[in-house]
Design a protein around this ligand. Sequence first.
Ligand code: SME
Length: 152
Amino acid sequence: MPFNFLKSQIETLVSNENKTVDQRLLEICQLLEENIPYYNWVGFYFRNGDKEELKLGPYVGAATDHTVIPFGKGICGQVALSNQNFVVPDVKAQDNYIACSITVKAEIVVPIFVNGKNIGQIDIDSNTLDPFTTEDERFLEFVCKKVAGILN
Ligand code: SME
């Protein structure tokens, strides 16, 4: 997996102050979706102000109806409360799961912390069963740290 190569690309993308934060986040989604074959939907959700809900940010992949997700609902809503990575090898085995597309078989969600607060997450859907390893977790934690650095 080209994770080291992608890390340096991420660093370059996030530090480009000629672009808005949302443009940079979208470019991260594009980079990941294009370079990692089992990353088929890549997007960001962020806490919606003071509300107990997540709002969809920049993403790449099929359009989703789930632009707002209450805390506690689905994999994303659970991560908003748990503050922990959630790796789902097989979405069919999850009760509290929100299906976005019938092609999705697995999902990984990694929270983003700013000043110790969980302010959002990166969400990846895969059309491959059980594709994610601890390497994906470490890589996505790196991505989330870099993203945290450009959010206020
Ligand atoms: N599957 C997610 C919903 C978001 S979509 O994957 C884009 C969940 O269960 O929270």
